[in-house]
Design a protein around this ligand. Structure first.
Ligand code: COA
Length: 252
């Protein structure tokens, strides 16, 4: 059951240097979770032909609303959203103070959402490797990314490298909120030896590439996830990984 008045005592803390990443497995949300969605969100869900796509959409919408309500004293049904010219959804201006920013990604059974107090945070999870991935890489990857892809020892490793690069690049453009208006071959995000990555870009694409922070993880084997974030004052943010269950949405 969803508490209609979350109450500030139960609210989670999200500090300026923190990023919380919420993750869910797509499922048909329970009736209480579905009740918080807007008419538009239900109408969009109804247009999906396949159950799996509809469930993923519903899980994502419930997750965003109910997770946001864990951080601000607003019921899940009360959130309103707006989008920039490239379609990036944000919390409607004036609803939260301090601001609460999120970015969402979904693929296969995965729904993931990054939350931060600063705007430039982007997340991407991918599952599908297109058969023409080498051609796509040749067209959209930068020189050093193409070299890393070509150096994979076999096809399996190459397809995983492709998805890894794709998620990193997409997390970056999503953090910028700019979509394809950033030419993909004009910047590279190469994985480091740990769970991060390094952005290389000229000054036209990005005036401060060194200030970007990336973190990588496998959501499931073969399903890489990448997060990109630019903290306003640089530094390394603290990242927390949290689970959301749309079929039991009030669980901690
Ligand atoms: C918006 C875009 C980033 C979505 O990517 P995707 O992998 O198809 O889908 P994801 O599940 O990762 O993300 C979708 C979510 O991103 C959010 N989103 C939409 N437009 C966005 C934008 N311009 N910036 C940031 N986030 C955006 C939305 O919440 C959307 O979910 P919703 O429609 O359910 O609300 C994509 O359409 C796009 O513009 N891609 C350009 C980048 C690209 O092609 N990169 C290739 C790297 S090689």
């Amino acid at each position: 059951m969803i508490c209609p008045c979350p109450g500030t005592a139960r609210l989670r803390t999200l500090r300026d240097n923190e990023i919380h990443i919420w993750s869910a497995t797509s499922a048909l949300p329970d009736a209480a979770a579905l009740a918080v969605l807007s008419a538009d969100e239900h109408a969009r869900a109804a247009r999906f032909v396949f159950d799996a796509d509809r469930w993923r959409h519903l899980t994502a919408r419930c997750l965003v609303r109910q997770v946001l309500s864990r951080y601000a004293d607003l019921p899940a049904a009360a959130w309103r959203f707006e989008a920039n010219a490239q379609g990036r959804p944000t919390v409607a201006s004036g609803l939260t103070d301090p601001p609460l920013h999120f970015n969402l990604s979904h693929a296969g059974p995965a729904v993931v959402c990054a939350l931060a107090r600063f705007a430039e945070v982007g997340i991407d999870v991918e599952q599908h490797v297109p058969t023409e991935f080498r051609e796509i890489g040749a067209r959209y990857f930068a020189t050093d990314e193409r070299a890393w892809l070509a150096a994979a020892p076999d096809d399996g490793a190459a397809s995983l490298r492709f998805l890894t690069l794709w998620t990193l690049k997409e997390a970056y453009v999503k953090a910028r909120g700019a979509g394809l208006s950033i030419p993909l071959e004009r910047f590279s995000v190469l994985p480091d030896d740990g769970d991060g990555a390094t952005l290389r870009a000229d000054a036209v694409i990005d005036g401060a590439p060194a200030r970007w922070f990336f973190v990588r993880r496998m959501w499931l084997p073969g399903m890489p996830l990448a997060l990109a974030a630019r903290l306003p004052d640089g530094g390394v943010p603290a990242v927390s990984w949290l689970q959301y269950d749309a079929t039991a949405p009030t669980a901690p």
